[in-house]
Design a binder for this molecule. Structure first.
Ligand code: PEP
Ligand code: MG
Length: 585
């Protein structure tokens, strides 16, 4: 039995069997196989080499036809290498000796060759380095492609991977993927957010789980505490059975709150809304006792199929969202692509610093036809029921103005075409970069509402990458610097009498909710599954109590002190929601 500690990102406990998902774009982790699996790995290696050679033969022929013999020679060199026993024999030997996967044998075999080539004095060998990388990727692609196919056909399993992109996670089928765990990742990565949306328990940032987990081995994923246990013994299985029962009892007790109003014990209403990625989640928001949708992340439309959705695709999603909302609030955020979402995976030249790069509203403003397509669809859907439009990652007033200008443009087009829309649709913005928070008063004069996105605000204020497990301990929304920004944004919104909400992941954390209420927020938008817990908090506290907590936390000199203080207060006020969840969050 081996126990690993990671970051709990999607709640739930699952006992299942390992399914290792490798990805050829990343470093291939060393994974061991059982003795009886060794013959299978030899076969897989033969097969992938054979398939790669066949593929290269095809490429050689088509290149010869189009560009002539000389150009086709490069493929002859590739075929020669893959047929050379001095390369492939050591790969087979390694499988026998170290009991490793064919992927790892191929990866290390080519890495050895690369090292040899790069040491050679003759510069013509240096130019072969790219060819070797290319070949390595080709063979691994055949191995992994075959493996990936199994994910669709397996009954169900727990995915173990070095990392997962948001698109991979968005594409998971709940029937096959019971839970997942990754070596890399952080709590507010979009991979984590999608896991929560799909209700798939997950633990990320585990470090080196891929080196230890073997296909089909029993595994426990504890998405509440951030623990992964490979090959658990009976006592551990029994312990987890107990945890599962306790969480069910808590869920039942929280369910009692779903129908009750969200009002503090001294009578202040706190509006609880849901964050969604797909329209169908609105049903969960309502079931959980939410009053509507505070954040609809529309990127999901792009991530599932990895193709650009048409206006009809957009419209259908928004029409459905309006229908399911049935008159309740619905805030649709325009596309927040870039950073860890989609654009880098497809880019020929990925950005060096994608979180500081062409993402979100910046990306939209440079891809106007794509942006306009979405705006048209949202506006058309606004004729069916109440919708608010929100722009993400606004950093400069000019972006807000350009967004609104474009929206007007689209309105005129729709008018010319005789298509219905709500002319008075409200346009707001996310406050998720320090510049917007610091200049909140300026922005408040030009938009209808604010929603504070702490996921990014924390990242940009503290200079801590939200998806990097190595600095996850520094990613802390309770940092007094973040609290001061939140306080100032709320004050600016009040001064200009525009509504303000918080829709970062921390809004769903019962402890943090105490702080947000204390800082003046009266609308919180969170993952649907966290709404019952939030309602419990709201009904238990007074605004004064929260204000005292916020005042004290904001005056402390570090995030560590603020977190310890907050934890201590939360333990006193809402012990049932704090104790028993000792994992990193
Ligand atoms: C945020 O940054 O807090 C937010 C809600 O947006 P996202 O998590 O989609 O970046
Ligand atoms: Mg954001």
């Amino acid at each position: 039995m081996q126990t690993f500690k990671g970051i709990a990102v999607s709640p739930g406990i699952v006992v299942g069997r390992v399914f290792v998902l490798d990805d050829q774009r990343r470093r291939i982790p060393k994974r061991l196989v059982k003795a009886e699996q060794v013959a299978v790995e030899h076969d897989r290696l033969w097969k992938s080499l054979g398939e790669s050679i066949a593929e290269l033969n095809g490429l050689r022929e088509s290149t010869r036809r189009q560009l002539g013999d000389e150009a086709a020679k490069i493929f002859q060199f590739h075929i020669g290498m893959l047929s050379d026993a001095s390369l492939t024999h050591p790969m087979h030997e390694r499988i026998d000796r170290e009991k490793i996967t064919a992927e790892y044998a191929v990866y290390t075999g080519f890495e050895d060759l690369l090292r040899k080539f790069s040491k050679m004095a003759d510069p013509s060998f240096q130019t072969k380095v790219d060819d070797i990388r290319d070949l390595s990727a080709r063979v691994i692609k055949h191995l992994i492609g075959e493996h990936k196919g199994r994910l669709d056909t397996m009954a169900s399993g727990v995915v173990v991977a070095r990392d997962l992109t948001p698109s991979q996670t968005a594409g998971f089928d709940r029937r096959h993927v019971q839970a997942f765990t990754t070596d890399l990742g952080g709590r507010t990565s979009h991979t984590a957010i999608f896991a929560r949306a799909l209700g798939i328990p997950a633990v990320v940032g585990v470090g080196n789980i891929t080196e230890f987990a073997i296909d089909d081995a029993p595994i426990i994923i504890d998405g509440d505490r951030g623990v992964v246990v490979v090959d658990p013994d009976q006592a551990t299985l029994d312990e987890y059975e107990g945890f599962s029962e306790a969480r069910q009892t808590l869920a039942i007790s929280l369910h009692e709150f779903t129908g009750l109003p969200s009002i503090t014990s001294d009578g202040t209403p706190i509006q609880l809304l849901g964050n969604i990625e797909i329209p169908e989640e609105i049903t969960q928001v309502i079931k959980a006792g939410g009053e509507g949708v505070g954040l609809y992340r529309t990127e999901f439309l792009y991530l599932v199929d990895n193709i650009e959705p048409s206006e009809a695709d957009h419209y259908e999603a928004y029409r459905r969202a309006v229908e399911l909302s049935a008159g309740r609030p619905l805030t649709i955020r325009t596309m927040d692509l870039g950073a860890d979402k989609a654009t880098q995976e497809r880019a020929e030249n990925p950005e060096r610093n994608p979180f500081l790069g062409l993402r979100s509203i910046r990306y939209c403003l440079q891809n106007l036809p794509m942006f306009k397509t979405q705006l048209r669809a949202i506006l058309r859907a606004s004729s069916l029921g109440p919708i608010k439009i929100m722009f993400p990652l606004v950093t400069n007033v000019s972006e807000l103005r350009q967004g609104k200008y474009l929206l007007n443009d689209v309105m005129e087009d729709l008018e010319d075409e005789g298509l219905a829309f709500d002319r008075k649709v409200e346009v707001g913005m996310m406050v998720e970069v320090p510049s917007a928070a610091i200049m909140a008063s300026t922005f408040a004069r030009e938009c209808a509402f604010f929603s504070i996105g702490t996921n990014d605000l924390v990242q940009y204020t503290l200079a801590v990458d939200r998806i990097n497990e190595r600095v996850a301990n520094m990613y802390n929304p309770a940092h007094p610097a973040v609290l001061k920004l939140v306080r100032d944004v709320v004050r600016a919104a009040r001064r200009y009498t525009i509504p303000v909400s918080c829709c970062g992941e921390s809004a769903g954390d019962p402890e943090y909710a105490l702080l947000l209420i204390g800082l003046g927020l009266r609308t919180l938008s969170a993952t649907p599954s966290s709404i019952p817990g939030l309602k419990r908090v709201v009904r238990k506290v007074t605004v004064q109590q929260c204000e005292r907590i916020a005042q004290k936390a904001i005056s402390l000199d570090s995030d560590v002190a603020a977190t310890a203080y907050l934890r201590d207060q939360a333990r006193k006020i809402i012990p049932e929601l704090v104790d028993g969840r000792s994992g990193e969050r």
